[in-house]
Design a protein around this ligand. Structure first.
Ligand code: SAH
Length: 229
């Protein structure tokens, strides 16, 4: 069973959005599991200190390496499992990375304050991963994003697994436009081709739409797509 283990100072935030709908069903059916570790439980003094002021001065607090290492070492039994530290300095998370790490259980450290002591990152073989070029107050929302993107790839979680292959990013293309009932809405019709019943034509139309949208909106993806074509 695929397991995500999250190290956090705010365990009460979990499962949060991951505990609803199809994801909750999949959790109950044990298709995947979520373990939440409260970093504070691994503090080493009686005041349960998890952070301290930065050496060299400056604002804010830094999460202590000894406390974090204690929480990791006591909970990760398989040393081959990847450990991710969510950080705006990390390499950018994307669908390719999600596919790469979905085959192993993952451990995610949610930072707070000014981040974590550098020595933790160097001694525990930790991958720094960013969810985008902006700064959040903590890693928890990033952990939801990473786990959400992986869980929907696990067979048995979504209703119709064949829909996955056609989605945005899977072939370096953005998705084609989708329509549902009503067939006429606010004087707008659904494109004729989608009502034709001709599956070959529909496929061609959707590919052409995907290509057009990608070329216009995401020249970076378009370049990759053309290279592979
Ligand atoms: N002082 C740090 C920012 C700390 S933000 C810096 O300038 O780089 C506090 C925590 O929020 C971080 O430790 C990290 O876990 C999380 N976080 C903030 N922005 C993030 C992002 N873009 N991606 C992933 N995690 C982020």
């Amino acid at each position: 069973m695929w397991t995500a283990r999250v190290f956090t100072l705010y365990p009460e935030l979990f499962p949060g959005p991951l505990g609803a709908g199809l994801y909750k069903k999949a959790l109950d059916k044990k298709i995947w599991s979520l373990e939440v570790v409260n970093i504070r439980d691994y503090a080493l003094d009686k005041h349960k200190t998890v952070d301290d002021t930065p050496f060299g001065g400056g604002s804010g607090m830094v999460m202590r390496a000894d406390v974090l290492a204690n929480s990791l070492d006591k909970n990760i039994t398989d040393k081959k499992e990847p450990i991710i530290y969510l950080s705006p300095r990390g390499k950018k998370f994307d669908q390719t990375y999600a596919r790469k790490i979905m085959n192993k259980n993952i451990n995610i450290i949610c930072g707070h304050f000014e981040g974590v002591d550098q020595r933790l990152l160097e001694t525990r073989n930790i991958d720094e991963v960013s969810i985008g070029d902006f700064v959040l107050s903590g890693g928890e929302i990033g952990s939801f994003i990473i786990i959400d993107s992986i869980v929907r790839l696990i067979p048995g979680v979504l209703g119709n697994p064949s829909s996955l292959a056609e989605e945005t990013f899977e072939k370096n293309l953005l998705e084609y436009p989708q329509y549902t009932k009503p067939q006429k809405w606010e004087k707008k019709d659904v494109p004729d081709v989608l009502l034709s019943g001709d599956h070959g034509k529909i496929k061609d139309w959707r590919l052409a739409q995907s290509e057009d949208i990608t070329r216009r909106r995401r020249p970076d993806l378009w370049k990759k797509y053309e290279k592979k074509k």
